[in-house]
Design a protein around this ligand. Sequence first.
Ligand SMILES: C=C1C[C@]23C[C@@]1(O)CC[C@H]2[C@@]12CCC[C@@](C)(C(=O)O1)[C@H]2[C@@H]3C(=O)O
Ligand SMILES: O=C(O)CCC(=O)C(=O)O
Ligand SMILES: [Fe+2]
Length: 369
Amino acid sequence: MGLAENYNMIKVSISWQLFHKPIKTILSISNILFLLISTPFTNYLIHIHGLIIVNYLDSEKYAYLKHAPINEESSVPIIDLSAPNVVALVGNACQVWGMFHVINHGVSSSLVDDVDSRARQLFSLSTQQKLKTLRAPGGATGYGAARISPFFSKLMWHEGFTIIGSAVEHAKELWPHDYEEFCNVMDIYQKKMKSLAYQILLLILKFLDTTQEKEEKMISTTSIYGSEGALQLNSYPCCPDPNRAIGLAPHTDSLLLTILHQSETNGLQIHRNGVGWLPVPPVSGALVVNIGDLLHIMSNGRFPTVYHRVVPNQNKHRISIAYFYGPPADSIVGPLSKLPFPRYRSLTVKEYISLKSKHLERALSLIKI
Ligand SMILES: C=C1C[C@]23C[C@@]1(O)CC[C@H]2[C@@]12CCC[C@@](C)(C(=O)O1)[C@H]2[C@@H]3C(=O)O
Ligand SMILES: O=C(O)CCC(=O)C(=O)O
Ligand SMILES: [Fe+2]
């Protein structure tokens, strides 16, 4: 099949979308493209012909094929949260990697499996169903492309579903008579994640030896009751030509900490200076923790915020569940007062999120002192 014919097929599928779907709201270009890539019809074409022009990225820029070989010294540490020297282990991992696996984390495997299978159930619904929960323009929750999508010219091999607080409104759209179980599982998981994230944050603050009043105030505002988090269900369908597409484009997470469950399928990679892209294969029973921008700021740059991406898989449909943990939107974040020579100015969480949504990776440099 020639290139021109493939272009025609994409054109055909766009017109198919526009004429056969009653689109009542005005969708942005990225949503239209997302709609296009998510239809079973176009997916079918992608699988048969192995070519979707809009989704291909230039390989020079991202060099997807090149990543460092794994050896013991170059892999993300695995930390047992019940280890007696856990503070030092966590602190060192934050400084050296900005990322670590945790085991003995107290979250039951049956709960993690439940969330994973509910996510699979959601993503296996028809596109028409999923689009009932399409994230509203400017909105935060629901189904759609990653929030960072507008910064990249090519689409990602990814679909997401974001939950902040209760998922009930969207779940009712998807399963009008059977939405409660989905919501219960997501609620229980969010509560567990919140308390695990708080536990890890306390270890980190202990490592940074924060004893002053300001920090204590900050700790209380990020407490399990005060904090606001988000749960992101990620789906990366099988990709016929994984070397020429990206699952989730390179980014750093914005909040304090992210706790990730990545089922059993490879795909996550982190960028290491001087090394390149390094795979982070799933460790059975472990959760991945990574430092986000806000903790990078609080540590005055001592902890790197992790630049990471996801590469698609040819044979396996990959699901991941990310919990983003951060302080309430109105709280002020800045380098901890104990650390000398602040490199960043203090600002509200809301202000930082707004800078990130406008400038992505440049947000941090914009608040440098
Ligand atoms: C709390 C959040 C973090 C996030 C933006 C969000 O409001 C909800 C979705 C999150 C997510 C998931 C995929 C990657 C990411 C960069 C994105 O585009 O949306 C993160 C956002 C983030 O950490 O900035
Ligand atoms: O799917 C993954 O492993 C990572 C997802 C991620 O980076 C995110 O949701 O921010
Ligand atoms: Fe991420």
